[in-house]
Design a protein around this ligand. Structure first.
Ligand SMILES: [Zn+2]
Ligand SMILES: [Zn+2]
Length: 225
């Protein structure tokens, strides 16, 4: 199967025991000023020795990634989820080893918003500031990116587009792999790769995966966030 090079970014708690990985282009690089993010961030910052997650003006910078491009590669057992109230659909996950805010998960949303402060190295520029109607300070808002008082159509559009590309990725993956014990079209070409997943062996390389629709899907996957 075609291999696509994707950037891998690591976020790490202050003491280094919890490390999370994000692959590819984020859905969005955003600063959120909503009341929940401010309250949730303050709650984290009140924990002993916690590192800051909020900017001085109350905004929280995030890099948001699709669920299927996010993983916790070490220290997952140290993560503790915090809610603003019991019924809240959002949990903010903190590395309990050093009380570093790591990421936010919104209920059944298909994305994870990782606290930008936990990343090192080159990061994508901030694309927008959102929910600025909740911004409390009187200082001028930074002009590094467009600001929106509420959730913008651009933000909603990016989330919808990422959900679609995630769906396409799943379908493509399922259809490009066929059971190792036989191609459904009886193709005789040798398998190129072998995967074992859930106890079943699968091969990639069946002619099925070379049909035009799959080439189109692969192309889409290379350009979609
Ligand atoms: Zn730690
Ligand atoms: Zn928010």
């Amino acid at each position: 199967m075609a291999r696509v090079h994707r950037t891998i970014r690591m976020s790490s708690c202050a003491c280094g025991r919890v490390r999370c990985q994000a692959v590819g282009v984020p859905i969005l690089s955003v600063v959120c000023y909503c009341d929940d993010c401010q309250e949730g961030g303050q709650k984290i910052e009140r924990l002993p020795n916690a590192a800051r997650v909020l900017d001085a003006d109350g905004g929280t910078p995030y890099l948001s990634y699709r669920d299927d491009r996010f993983s916790c590669v070490s220290g997952a057992d140290l993560l503790v989820g915090y809610k603003i109230k019991d019924s809240a659909p959002t949990q903010r996950f903190v590395a309990s080893c050093c009380n570093s805010g790591m990421f936010l998960k919104f209920g059944r949303g298909h994305w994870v918003s990782m606290y930008r402060a936990r990343f090192e190295g080159d990061l994508p520029p901030i694309e927008m500031r959102t929910q600025t109607k909740y911004r409390l300070v009187n200082t001028e808002i930074p002009h590094d990116a467009p600001s929106y008082r509420t959730y913008s159509m651009k933000l909603i559009g990016k989330l919808l587009a990422s959900r679609l590309s995630m769906l396409i990725a799943t379908i493509s993956r399922l259809m490009a792999l066929v059971p190792a014990d036989g191609c459904p079209l009886n193709h005789q070409n040798p398998p190129l790769e072998k995967h074992v997943e859930n106890g079943t062996a699968w091969v990639a390389g069946c002619h099925l995966a070379d049909l035009l629709p799959f080439r189109v899907i692969r192309f889409i996957l290379t350009v979609c966030p």
